[in-house]
Design a protein. Structure first.
Length: 262
């Protein structure tokens, strides 16, 4: 696999910025890379992206030097294996609710003896057989990011144990699903939801070597992520950014070609 150095940059105190991609179009990933983002999260939970197009999307990121991560909808070892063999630089697992979930995530991302990732030396990740496999395995164990999304009440209640799982790199609170889990659907800014997000952040800050991630919908929310201590920021997603940009541009154009009033 290619070296992206995300772990080293986090260890050096840098803040990394990425974005979600939900449209199955490699060119969008490539454009985001040329825009200068540190990483992209290809979303296989809330999108039509499948394993047919995933390698091309990963290649789009590779071509610009941007690290491609993939979000999976569950801590399923086979899904994680297929994502990594396609060439992902890390896995973001949704709905991590238990210590067992977190261990499955970590173990599935590491080759033996550090984990139980399956061995195949002919995949895209290993250069279709062209790489020295022992070197590839060690580099993968060193470089691949393991990211847990905690977005359910069960996950919050177990967060102090989850963050202690060895090999976990980043924890990201998910206030959207968390609001639903708390009976506050759509109220991500509700005080109760924010209290639970802060509990997650406190647990992460108390764990040496673990980083906090945060999803911001707008750049103006950066202050909130900084207050929590997050240094792994995921900004919005491609479809929303695209729609917002076109909507704003159209409004500006119409204001100029259809002036209101005398």
């Amino acid at each position: 696999m290619r070296r992206y150095g995300l772990k080293g940059r986090l260890d050096a105190g840098q803040t990394l910025v990425g974005t979600f991609v939900s449209l199955p179009e490699p060119g969008i990933v490539e454009a985001i890379g040329y825009a200068g983002y540190d990483f992209v999260v290809i979303d296989m939970e809330h999108s039509p992206i499948d394993f047919g197009v995933l390698p091309q999307m990963l290649a789009g990121a590779d071509s610009t030097g941007m690290a491609p991560l993939v979000r999976v909808g569950t801590c399923d070892a086979n899904w994680i294996l297929r994502v990594l063999e396609s060439g992902a630089a890390g896995v973001i697992a949704a709905h991590v609710r238990t210590v067992a979930d977190a261990r499955t995530l970590v173990q599935s991302c590491r080759y033996p003896p550090e984990g139980n990732r399956g061995v195949n030396s002919s995949t895209r990740a290993s250069g279709y057989g062209g790489a020295n496999f022992r070197e590839h395995a060690q580099q993968s164990n060193d470089e691949i990011l393991t990211v847990a999304l905690i977005e359910d009440l069960a996950g919050v209640e177990a967060v102090e144990a989850i963050v202690a799982v060895p090999g976990l790199d980043i924890v990201v609170p998910g206030p959207g699903d968390l609001s639903a889990s708390l009976g506050l659907l759509g109220q991500s800014d509700h005080p109760t939801v924010r209290e639970e997000v802060e509990r997650i952040a406190r647990a992460v800050r108390a764990q040496s070597g673990l980083e906090l991630g945060y999803h911001i919908v707008s750049p103006v929310q950066v202050h909130r992520s900084r207050a929590l201590g997050a240094r792994f920021l995921i900004y919005s997603q491609d479809s929303r950014v695209l729609c917002d940009a076109y909507r704003t541009a159209l409004a500006t154009i119409r204001d100029q070609i259809e002036p209101s009033g005398p």
